[in-house]
Write a protein that binds this ligand. Sequence first.
Ligand code: GLV
Length: 420
Amino acid sequence: MDPNNPNRKHRSTEQYGLYQRENFWKSNDGEVPPFNTEPGALEDLAKQKLTQNGWYYASSNAGQSHTHTANRQSFYRHRIIPRMLVDTNLRDTATTIFGHRVPTPIGFAPIGINKIYHPLGELPVAKVAGELGLPYCLSTAGSQPIEDVGKANGAGPRFFQLYMPHDDELTRSLLQRAVDSGFTACILTVDTWQLGWRHDDVNTSNYAFYHGTGADLGLSDPVFQKRLREHGIDPDKQPNEAGALWIDNVWHGRAHTWEKTQWVMELWRELSGGKPFCIKGIQRVEDAQKAVEIGVDGIVVSNHAGRQVDGAVASLDALELIVDAVGDKTTVMFDSGVRSASDIFKALALGAKFVFVGRLWVWGLSIMGETGVRHVMKGLLAEFDILLNVAGFKNVGEIDRKALESGPKSYQFMTQTSKL
Ligand code: GLV
């Protein structure tokens, strides 16, 4: 790739593909690229680096991992049809999401308890996201205070993912902190009032919060601090009890309703001055229609990367149907099972406006902290930029269903491995 390509200065988005050249050149300077970004190699390396608990939590899925397997399989049934001799010299990878112009339709999925992957937890992740200008989504199960994550993220953009407690005063406090810390959208997760049954985690008592790790987002909350006092729990002396009280408020196992969702949507809009409110975890057309009916600004079609309901439909299959039903009425976003730029391309082609990636950056964080997250995400941006170039697409808006040849749904090749 010619770094002096004159088109580069006329492009409206960066020549991300040059990260390939940077890595190709490294050995001339006696350097090596940080690690292999091939998803299988990344996963293997993360497994070597992590503690057993860290590895189990990062890789666990519900039950037999059949939903995870279905997520991956669905990507295989769609194939990209490249176009040749298209003038992609000025290609533009950017999109707009909730009023933010962002360099690609790629964001950081909300993933909690990053301290089990790296001692600095969410901070290096938010920092890299801010540096690259990609939307960062902080999980309520995050292991750093909201305010610190906001600062680390800098100019953002950033969204706050809410696991809604049944304690309304606590919910209000969390949302207020998010508003005060510059989070510009609220994404309510509706598929996880409690974690799915994940064998390895259950078998190893692998619930960090019950063992004194990861509750910092809660411990730094003034309303939750009041709750600790009411329960007579001193978090310094009783970290396990404090962590348990926090997480039992977050993953409480008590369902919420559409009415309560409307309540929290109004609360968020009141506190934030009308900023966007979305629901994450939708797989069913009727639920997507209901979400539109109550007036959300967006939905994330997601099955929590296969970690909640075992034996469920692939999120990418759900996406197609949901886009057909409500794609012109709300902002449809996507996650679950994304491993590469081509996966992102396929989700966009099926109608997603924005795609979140999760495990890829968790593995990068686990392997090499901030450097690892940066390498994974710069690699993904380069891969996306190069994909548009080699497949003949000038911008994200051109990617539609005609870009794919799609086979029938086929779930017959089930395996029980977590890796495909
Ligand atoms: C939480 O979101 C989890 O999937 O563990």
